[in-house]
Structures are given as structure tokens and as C-alpha cells.
Write a protein of this length. Structure first.
Length: 479
């Protein structure tokens, strides 16, 4: 008979696709280990997950997984990943709205449900849970989860030191200057490869100081979880461990879940956009390794001129392409929204466009031979696991660093950062799929093997086991 659990974990993500998706996968893994899990979401995201994800199926699958919602100030047409909402606004507003319900959840007694004995909070909320627990006089483990990469968490943490040794601030003319004083990453990142918030004109209103502060606040948490694995990020993780000794690396989370459940790809469950599966039949009809998959994730905005450069480049490369074009991908409304005839023809002949794809499945499809990506951390991990080489065109936050690691450290693709030119697009697509194809095939296959860290005996598998034991024993102590 299954052992009765007193462990009850509250999981609270920032309401953005990449964050909710990875934290929901973590919640599933915890539920698979028989922990009681409450997943706290904003109403808007919960409604989208109900419509486009698979909340019903999740509830059926995991009797110990429950959802609770907080009200939010977004409506359906204005989801928190949309261009009108910056990360800073989203985080601030979610934190404010969450506090009353969090207080109530932490003190309430429900027959049949153990009291919350651990909080796993998105690290982006800073000291939220720590402050609340101390205000209520509750002593339970508070764990921070960062949805971004380890290779970006470390620069975030190191920002104050970069100021001390005069590597920051960056001036416009510094972009190719090498950063020398970052342990574990000496002479690896150019200024342009630092997190976007370090740039003189960074996107949105998340300031560098704010990111550095939030990251520092994770020092107060009892533990830190990162969606990576030892074999990928070993040297950086050694540096991070010097400051965060209780560090759990349990990624790639999507792969961990798929392997644990052994029921194939589950990506549909955690998306909050309507998935268009028509592209799968189109992919089935394409030759092996012939398609470039193009997606810039859930919140990247491109200018119309940039869109046209990509489009021309893809069409001129003569390669087949599958492009995710969200309805809010393009900034503003231009005076001239017409698609040039040659581009339209080229797309009909070689391309396929959807508003949202079943990405994990697309990347795993034998027809997919390359990924033109914004280097979001989830997309990077998904491509890495599927063994698909990347062309990286980062937009913001950790994406600049991820891009640098993909091209320079892991050798899994090409760097198109800060350039948007049709000839460059065409050349890189052809380099990836023709001229340097063998080289990338080798490196992506080798890396794909390392991601077996999630199988029994692997580093991420053991780390998840340790995390579950830690939560269980802390819950027993606080009983
Ligand atoms: N995604 C998807 N279909 C799409 C585009 C993206 O399912 O058409 C998923 C993708 O698999 C990934 C997530 O959305 O899990 C995007 O997360 P990422 O961290 O890559 O980027 P973000 O959206 O946070 O910028």
C-alpha cells in the first residue's frame, strides 16, 4: 500500500508560459513521488490552461495534485506574456494579488489535506514567501525555482561584482568587449552576451538592479532548484554551489517527466495557447531533416522589418520551414502589411505557418533538421534533448547568455545575436543544414546522450530523489 504523505508542497510560478510550463512539470514530478501538491496560478492563466492545456487530464492522473487561483488584472485578450505587460509589472502585480491567498493557505486547516509543509516559489518573486512565513511565524522550507538557465543565473548573481570591478556598466561601444572577471566564465561572455538587462537600452522595465536583488534574495531561501543537469553546466554549478549549497539540478524537466511517465510527449498539458496540430501532417510529408522550425517563444516581439528579413532569408535559403507566428508576434501595425509576392509564393511552396505548434513533438519529428529560436531556456533544452541544432536570435533576459553557451560552449548551433539580415539568415540556414551539418549532427547527438541524466542512476534523477527526501523529512519534522 502507498505510504501516506504529510508533505504538502505549494508551487507558485510567475504567470508566463516558460515559468508555468516548467513549474507545472515539476509539480507533476512531485505528485508522481506521492507528494501532495497545490499549484497556485493566476485566474487568467488557469483559464487558458483549462482551455488549451489539459487541467482535467492532470487532475485525473494525479489525485494529490490540486489547483488554486488568485485573481489578476489581466483579461483573456491581454495575457501576461503579451507585449503590453512587462516582466516587472507582471511580477509586482502577481505578488500583490497573491499575498492574501498565500496567507490564508499557509494558516488554514482542511480536513483530509495536510498543512502546507514546503513552498516552491518562482525565484523571480524574490523574498515573497520568506517574508510571509516570517510574518506568520511559520518555519517551513522555502525553495526557490529559477525558470531561467544556470548559465544566466550566475551572471545575474554576479552583477554587483561586475560593477565593483568596473566591467559594468556597458556603453554602446562596448558590446564586443570581453567580460574577464566572472569565475567559471572568464573571457567567455562579451558584453552583448550578458543578460539583456545589462544593456544600455534594455527591454521592458525590469532593471538590472532589480534582477540582481531578486537573485540575491534566493540566498535566504532554504534551497534552490535549477532546470539543468550536471553534465551540461558542471563548471557553473560548482560556482553557484559555493553560495547556494543546497542546490537541486533536476532537468531537463520536460524530459525528466517524459522518461518518468514513459507515456510519450506531454507538452500539450502545460501550454496556454491553442495548439495547431495541422503542422504534424505537413511535417510527415517532408523529407528527413529537411525542415527549419522557426519559433520565438511566447513573448518575443519582432519589428515588421525584422519579420521580412527572416522571411526573405528563409525563402532564399530554398529550405522548407515551419514557422510559429503568434498573432501578437509583430510590433505595432505598419502602414504596409502586404506580403511581397515572391515571399508569399516561396512560403506556399516550401513553408507552413501556425499560430502555436506542439513544439516538443515538432522538434522530435524526423523531418525537423534545425531550429531558428529566440533561445528561451525551455526551447533550448527541448532542442538539446531532441538533438536539433539551433540558430539563435535572442530577444531578452537569459536568452543572450543561452545563445552564447549554445554556440561557444556546447557547440550546438550558430549565433545570430543583434543581427537581422536576410543574407545572414540564408547563409546560417544553409550552414546549419548543409555545410556544417555533420559537425552539428555529432555535437547534438553527443549532448542528447548526456541528457540521460534523468534516467535511473543519472544525476538529475538522483537530485530529484534527494529533493523529495528533503521535502518529506522537513515535513515530518514540522508535523
Ligand atoms: N512552445 C510551444 N509551441 C510554440 C512555441 C513555444 O509549445 O509554438 C513552448 C515551448 O515548447 C516552450 C515554451 O513554449 O516550452 C516557451 O518557453 P521558452 O522558455 O523557450 O520561451 P519563452 O516563451 O518563455 O520566451
Amino acid at each position: 500500500m502507498e505510504e501516506a504523505t504529510v508533505a504538502h508542497v505549494l508551487v507558485f510560478p510567475c504567470p508566463l508560459q516558460g515559468h508555468v510550463g516548467s513549474m507545472l512539470k515539476l509539480a507533476e514530478l512531485l505528485a508522481l513521488h506521492h507528494l501532495h501538491v497545490t499549484f497556485l496560478n493566476t485566474e487568467c492563466i488557469h483559464n487558458r490552461l483549462t482551455r488549451f492545456g489539459a487541467i482535467e487530464a492532470l487532475l485525473e492522473c494525479y489525485p494529490t495534485l490540486h489547483f488554486k487561483t488568485i485573481s489578476d488584472c489581466y483579461n483573456e485578450g491581454q495575457h501576461p506574456g503579451s507585449r503590453d505587460n512587462s516582466m516587472g509589472d507582471i511580477t509586482l502585480s502577481t505578488t500583490l494579488h497573491a499575498k492574501p491567498l498565500l496567507r490564508q493557505i499557509l494558516v488554514s486547516e482542511n480536513p483530509g489535506t495536510p498543512k502546507v509543509s514546503c513552498i516552491i516559489q518562482d525565484g523571480i518573486f524574490g523574498s515573497l514567501a520568506i517574508d510571509l512565513a516570517s510574518e506568520l511565524g511559520i518555519r517551513i522550507p522555502i525553495i526557490h525555482f529559477r525558470a531561467s538557465s544556470a548559465c544566466c543565473f550566475w551572471p545575474y548573481f554576479w552583477i554587483p561584482k561586475l560593477f565593483e570591478c568596473k566591467e559594468l556598466p556597458i556603453r554602446d561601444e562596448d558590446m564586443d568587449r570581453m567580460i574577464r572577471n566572472m569565475p567559471g566564465m572568464e573571457n567567455l561572455l562579451r558584453c552583448r552576451d550578458l543578460p539583456s538587462f545589462c544593456r544600455p537600452s534594455s527591454q521592458g522595465n525590469m532593471s538590472m538592479d532589480w534582477v540582481a536583488l531578486q537573485t540575491k534574495q534566493s540566498l535566504e531561501a532554504d534551497a534552490l532548484i535549477l532546470n539543468t543537469f550536471e553534465e551540461l553546466d558542471g563548471p557553473i554549478l560548482s560556482q553557484i554551489r559555493l553560495h547556494f549549497p543546497k542546490l537541486y539540478t533536476i532537468g531537463p524537466l520536460h524530459h525528466h517527466l517524459n522518461v518518468t511517465k514513459a507515456t510519450g510527449i506531454l507538452s500539450l498539458r502545460t501550454v496556454f495557447f491553442q495548439v495547431d496540430r495541422s503542422c504534424m501532417a505537413w511535417l510527415d510529408a517532408q523529407p528527413q531533416g529537411s525542415v527549419i522550425y522557426v519559433s520565438f517563444g511566447s513573448s518575443t516581439i519582432v519589428k515588421r522589418e525584422e519579420l521580412m528579413e527572416f522571411w526573405h532569408g528563409l525563402v532564399s535559403s530554398k529550405k522548407r520551414f515551419l514557422w510559429v507566428m503568434r498573432h501578437d508576434l509583430v510590433a505595432g501595425k505598419g502602414n504596409d502589411d502586404r506580403i511581397p509576392a515572391e515571399v508569399e509564393e516561396g512560403t506556399k511552396e516550401k513553408g507552413f505557418i501556425v499560430e502555436w505548434a506542439p513544439q516538443e513533438e515538432v522538434l522530435a519529428h524526423k523531418a525537423t533538421g534545425g531550429f531558428l529560436t529566440h533561445s528561451g531556456w525551455n526551447s533550448t533544452l527541448e532542442s538539446l534533448v531532441a538533438g536539433v541544432p539551433m540558430i539563435c536570435w535572442p530577444y531578452f533576459a537569459d536568452q543572450q547568455v543561452n545563445n552564447r553557451f549554445v554556440s561557444e560552449v556546447w557547440k550546438l548551433g550558430l549565433d545570430m545575436k543583434d543581427v537581422c539580415d536576410r543574407h545572414v539568415v540564408e547563409n546560417m540556414v544553409n550552414d546549419l543544414t548543409d555545410h556544417r551539418k555533420e559537425e552539428f549532427l555529432r555535437s547534438t547527438q553527443e549532448m542528447g546522450m548526456l541528457a540521460h541524466s534523468v534516467s535511473p542512476g543519472g544525476s538529475s534523477y538522483s537530485s530529484l530523489h534527494d529533493l523529495v527526501q528533503y521535502i518529506k523529512s522537513a515535513s515530518q519534522e514540522n508535523k
